[in-house]
Design a binder for this molecule. Structure first.
Ligand code: ADP
Length: 341
């Protein structure tokens, strides 16, 4: 057997050496790649760990907020319950109290009328004036109590809406008749104009009646001469009730305030006319209950026009109206549609 020469051995060793270096390079590359992957994985792990930590923190914060919200909701519910209970107690108290006071007041008014009718001729001028003053004050107190009762009922949500077919021409006549008595010596012409399209109304007749009555009473109270017109029409599904008078008018700076509770306008009004300052507040609340709106236009020295617009057909709103105590809507089953002639 022939031995490899030195040159051949050197060549074989160099071959082996090259192979080993290539292996070392491959291994180094592999180590570098593994290292890169390991640090990438480490970075991701650290990022996840940070995310997890902040998610845990957010969770804790959410739990805290949720617990706070539950506490706030419970407190709000408790306050609402208390408010409802207070409103009910106030309503009951007012109802009892007003009953106790209305009976003697009605009695006083009745006796004053009787006295001035039967004994009026025997009384002195001063005696008669005193009697009228007693009657006026009793009537004012009665009006105040009735108005306070009405507004408190509306505010505490104890007012139902009774839907029925309403004969507006009849109601308009009844309202005119009710306010006509105090109209002095025909100095004021009092008329109603009801367009035939406005006779078919499906709404709450009693509330519409009270709206008209309050506006007409004011017109009669403040107008010295000229005319008062109750004009009722229907425009695009809306019932439009207007009360126009040729009274003293309302100064522009008072127009925004007159619908507020207990606002009595000018000093002269307060001194000369009986009133609770609740009539227009009640009209506004009733209009709002009937899903309508009220406007006023007035010119001092010329007159005033109040305009109430409510849907001709009242429809209960599906969504919560935002009112604390939305009214209960009752449908009067036996109400017949009025004939339009
Ligand atoms: P009251 O009539 O009891 O004072 P209201 O709430 O009915 O209370 O009216 C508030 C105020 O608005 C009245 O005091 C008056 O100043 C003014 N007002 C209302 N209606 C008329 C009207 N038709 N003409 C002039 N002023 C009016």
């Amino acid at each position: 057997m022939q031995h490899p020469s030195d040159a051949e051995r050197i060549f074989a060793l160099e071959e082996q050496n090259r192979g080993l270096r290539a292996e070392v390079r491959r291994l180094r590359d592999e180590v570098a790649r593994e290292h890169r992957m390991a640090s990438y994985a480490l970075n991701r792990y650290e990022a996840h760990a940070t995310q997890l930590k902040s998610a845990r923190q957010q969770n804790r914060e959410l739990y805290r907020l949720a617990a706070n919200m539950v506490r706030v909701k419970q407190a709000a519910e408790q306050k609402a319950d208390e408010a409802t209970e207070h409103a009910q107690q106030k309503g009951t108290l007012l109802a009892n109290f007003s009953h106790e006071i209305r009976a003697p007041l009605n009695g006083m008014i009745g006796y004053c009328d009787l006295l001035s009718r039967e004994e009026g001729s025997r009384l002195t001028q001063t005696g008669l004036q005193d009697l009228h003053a007693i009657r006026r004050n009793a009537a004012m107190l009665l009006e105040l109590i009735n108005d306070i009762l009405d507004i408190s009922k509306i505010e505490s949500g104890r007012v139902d809406i009774v839907k029925e077919w309403v004969d507006l021409a009849r109601i308009a006549e009844e309202c005119l008749a009710a306010v006509r008595k105090p109209v002095r010596n025909e100095v004021i012409a009092l008329r109603a104009q009801v367009s035939s399209s406005a006779r078919k109304v499906y709404s709450d007749g009693l509330k519409l009646r009270q709206i008209m009555l309050n506006l007409l009473s004011n017109a009669v109270k403040f107008t010295e001469s000229g005319e008062i017109i109750l004009h009722i029409s229907a425009v695009d599904g809306a019932l439009v009730i207007q009360v126009r008078d040729t009274g003293p008018g309302i100064p522009p700076e008072e127009l925004d305030r007159i619908f507020e509770k207990f606002c009595r306008g000018r000093e002269a009004n307060v001194q000369r006319h009986i009133g609770s300052g609740l009539g227009l507040a009640i009209v506004r609340e009733l209009t709002c209950l009937l899903q309508g709106e009220i406007d006023v236009e007035s010119e001092v020295g010329t007159g005033t026009t109040f305009t109430v617009r409510v849907p001709q057909v009242f429809q209960e709103r599906a969504e919560a109206s935002g009112t604390l105590n939305p009214p209960t809507v009752i449908e009067k089953p036996s109400s017949a549609q009025p004939q339009t002639s």
